[in-house]
Design a protein. Structure first.
Length: 247
């Protein structure tokens, strides 16, 4: 795929081969380009800076390097017989928040869906589809509840399905949760009670209400994922997982 680079060259070497002449741009833009070069996740950058830096360099998939391994080991990743670091890819992605600000994001996923996710998130960026936050769940010590409560969009985390011993598709890097605070997981329990994740998302259970970051059937995000064969948790019958797309 033209939108995907598997980082056969290191990121640093890529920058040397395709340098950005910071002296030729405005100081504010130069500062943003420097953030792009460092890939300072969560930072806000200008579209002019993205254009100067090169949009294609902002949507890449890389092998898991030693720096990423240090971040995830003992958190989202533990040695196991099901998936190894070589099966995973680290993605660098841009996303746009509800204020229209361009932010630097990151994600780890299974290598099998890396190219598709790069394409999906690049199109979401181009169409200004709002995603508030996109960083590794390891920044939350791999605590899914904390990450979801912070409305963090993420993919890989080696963990079981909530309330069971069965491995989640997230454990294989084959599922993505989009804006999870506003698109919660809901399961009806005995006695009529509802189990909601994150627990702070009860205000967003009414899917007919209007609020920011709501994911709905037929919207751009839903179409881009389902057109590529991802299953949407919002269409499930026994429970609803409005944030969730999986293969």
């Amino acid at each position: 795929m033209k939108s995907l680079r598997h980082c056969a060259l290191s990121w640093a070497l890529l920058l040397l081969l395709q340098p950005v002449a910071l002296s030729a741009v405005r100081p504010g833009v130069a500062a943003d380009v420097a953030r792009l070069q460092r890939w300072a996740v969560g930072s806000v950058v200008s579209r002019e800076a993205v254009k100067t830096f090169g949009e294609e360099r902002c949507f890449v998939a890389c092998a898991i390097d030693s720096g990423v391994m240090r971040r995830i080991t003992g958190k989202s990743y533990v040695p196991n017989p099901h998936i190894s670091p070589s099966d995973l890819r680290y993605l660098k992605l841009l996303h746009v928040d509800v204020k229209g600000q361009v932010r630097l994001g990151e994600m780890i996923c299974n290598a099998r869906i890396a190219a598709e996710l790069v394409e999906i998130f690049r199109e979401l960026y181009r169409q200004n589809y709002p995603i508030e936050r996109m960083q590794l769940i390891d920044d939350y010590d791999a605590d899914d509840e904390r990450s979801m409560s912070h409305n963090n969009t993420s993919c890989f985390c080696f963990r079981p399905v909530a309330g069971s011993s069965r491995l989640s598709r997230h454990a294989l890097g084959m599922a993505v949760d989009i804006n999870p605070l506003y698109n919660p997981y809901v399961r009806l329990l005995r006695g009529g009670k509802r189990f909601v994740q994150p627990a702070s998302a009860r205000a967003y259970l009414n899917r007919k209400a209007h609020f920011s970051y709501k994911l709905t059937r037929g919207d751009l995000c839903h179409r881009l994922f389902t057109e590529r064969g991802f299953e949407w948790g919002g269409a499930w019958q026994s429970l609803k997982d409005y944030q969730h797309f999986e293969k």
